[in-house]
Structures are given as C-alpha cells and as structure tokens.
Design a binder for this molecule. Structure first.
Ligand code: HMG
Ligand code: MG
Length: 298
C-alpha cells in the first residue's frame, strides 16, 4: 500500500485577507503567494473576483494573478460569485474557480444577496462556461453545522445542497463550518448524511477555529476518509458576513496533525511557520497558530 496523503487548500490570501481591516497591496499578496508555493503548497486560493464594494480587500485580485510565479502542478484558485467574476478569473488565468453558497437561507441573503435556489441558478452558466474553458470547479457550502442567524443546520439540508451542486457539475465541495461551532459528533452526523450519496474524494472540510475545535473536527473527518482540508497560514481569516467568526484553522496546526498521523502533504511545515510569523508581523496582528508560535519562538 502506498503512503496515505492529504491535500491542503491554502486560504490565507482569500479567506484570510478578505477580513483584514487594512487592504494588502497586490504586489505583497503575490509575494506571499510565491512564498506559500515555494513551501510546497500546490493548491492556493489567491483571491476573489467579487464586488469591490462588498469586499474591498479583494480588489486587484487580477493584479495578484498577473504577478505570481506559475509552475507545473501548482493550482491557482479563485472565488467567483457570478458570470462577471468568472470572466475576470478566466482572463487572469485561474486554474480552479470556486462558487459559493450556503446551507442557510439567511446567511446566503447577507453574503451574496440571494436565496440558495437563486444561487444555484446563478451558478449554472458559471459552471458551464468554466468547464468549457477547461477549468475545475469547486463549490463552497457555508454554515454546514451552524448559522449565525438560524442556529443549528440539519445535515439533511447540507446533503440536499451538496447533491444539487454536484449535479450542476462541481468537481469538489468544500464543507464550511463558517462560524466555527462544529464539534466532532456533529461532523460525524454531517458526513453520515452526505457520504452515502457522494464520493469522499469530492469532499473537503473548511474549518474556522472560533471555538478551538477545528483540529478535533479535522481528525474526525480523517477517520471518515476526508483528505482535503482548507486552512490558512497563521490562521488568518474570518468572514465579513459572519460576525464574531475568527480565522480558518491554521495551516501550520493541520500540517502538524497530519505529520503525526503519517499522512504526507509534501509541504515544508517550518517554512510555512516562518512565513506565518512574518505575515503576522507585517499585519501587526498576533499569531494564533500554536504550532506556528512553537516553531518560531526561540
Ligand atoms: P448584488 O449587489 O446583489 O449584485 O451583489 P449586482 O449584480 O446587482 O451588482 C452590484 C454591483 O456589483 C454592480 O456594480 C456590479 O457590476 C458589481 P455597480 O453597477 O453598482 O457599479 N459586481 C461585481 N463587481 C466585480 N466583480 C463581480 C461583480 N458582480 C457584480 N463579480 C454579489 C451580488 C454576489 C456581486 C455581491 O453580493 C458580492 O460580491 N458578494 C461578495 C461576498 C463575498 O465575497 N463573501 C466572502 C466570501 S464567502 C466566504 O468567505 C465563505 C467561505 O470561506 C466558506 C465558509 O467559511 O463558509 C467560502
Ligand atoms: Mg471561510
């Protein structure tokens, strides 16, 4: 049997920076992208093509893509909410485009100003056009366990939205615990509802670490065969439409867990930790990654 492997989809430059109060210039975002890629990360979300009125931090994502170094095997990924965003992504040469909706109606209204059903209809031409252009399509589902406005979300509701997105042509789903309320038992219940109808290889877990449960949740999903995890260098992140939500689980912490489980990623953990510390210093914010702090403190 070959070695067990997992894939990290790096979120720091999108989910992370979209929630930083001070916009980071495109040139610096590109520099950080290159450093992340040099540490062995092969899937990096570089930004989003959304309305700059809604998320000013993600303006100039086209300039980020224009300045990054490409290499064989490196997947440059971006978030798009509609056809306008897709056109920007295609022009900038993204490899993967990601659409996003939620398992909660109220969250969707606040995040993308439409219902779940409307979002799926809006994605139909986006997915079709992306596929025709030879791009992979990822679809995020927010609030898979809890919603800041509706409370608990039923696993069956997430399963229904998941099936609709796969039927639309999405190659992969990212299940988002947007506000970091999930615990392992709830992750198991969620996967109980989804795994009978969808292959585990098409699923990823996107944890925010608001209540410190992200690593436990990732461990639970590892037991169920999930091998794709979204995380952000130095735990950067949050969501402007989920008040109180803190960043994504730190890439450094996930790498430390996976290393201990004998699961290979090809990523240089000390290099990511050094970069995470450097980014925190530049942004004048504390470094929430325990592993990052442990590896970089003298
Ligand atoms: P809307 O106002 O309903 O849309 O916004 P609209 O079509 O009426 O357009 C309004 C204006 O935006 C127009 O400009 C459009 O041209 C422009 P105006 O005529 O007023 O000057 N516009 C755009 N500009 C640039 N790029 C575009 C684009 N589309 C329209 N693609 C819309 C609807 C979806 C555009 C808006 O709600 C939006 O951009 N929302 C962004 C939401 C967002 O980025 N949220 C954060 C990411 S999701 C997340 O973090 C969760 C995740 O991490 C998973 C998890 O944790 O759960 C993925
Ligand atoms: Mg997120």
């Amino acid at each position: 049997m070959g070695q067990d492997t997992a894939t990290i989809v790096e979120m720091g430059l999108r989910d992370g920076l979209q929630n930083e109060p001070t916009p980071v210039p495109a040139a610096l975002r590109a520099e950080w992208f290159n450093a992340l890629a040099d540490s062995g990360l092969n899937r990096i979300e570089a930004g989003s093509f959304v309305s700059p009125k809604w998320v000013p931090q993600m303006a100039d994502t086209d300039q980020v893509l224009a300045q990054i170094r490409r290499r064989e095997g490196l997947s440059v990924e971006v978030l798009v909410p509609n056809s306008k965003g897709l056109n920007g992504a295609l022009q900038a040469g993204a490899d993967v485009v990601s659409v996003f909706t939620a398992a909660s109606e109220s969250f969707n209204q606040r995040n993308i100003n439409c219902s779940i059903a409307e979002s799926i209809e809006r994605f139909r031409p986006v997915v079709e056009q992306a596929k025709t252009a030879g791009k992979k399509v990822r679809a995020y589902i927010s609030c898979v366990v809890g919603c800041p406005y509706e409370g608990r979300i039923e696993p069956g509701q997430v399963a229904m939205v998941s099936e609709q997105l796969i039927a639309l042509g999405a190659d992969e789903l990212s299940l988002g615990d947007t506000i970091g309320v999930a615990r392992p038992r709830e992750i198991h219940a969620l996967l109980d509802a989804i795994l009978p109808s969808l292959p585990v290889s098409q699923l990823g877990l996107h944890c925010h670490d608001t209540r410190g449960q992200a690593i436990a949740n990732i461990y639970a999903s590892l037991e169920r065969g999930i091998r794709t995890f979204d995380s952000a260098v130095a735990g950067l992140g949050g969501c402007p439409y989920a008040k109180g939500a803190t960043g994504n689980v730190a890439t450094e912490d996930v790498l430390y867990l996976l290393e201990g489980e004998g699961i290979a990623t090809g990523i240089d953990l000390p290099a990511v930790a050094r970069l995470g510390q450097q980014i925190c210093t530049t942004l004048k914010r504390p470094n929430p990654s325990r592993t990052g702090r442990a590896l970089t403190s003298q």
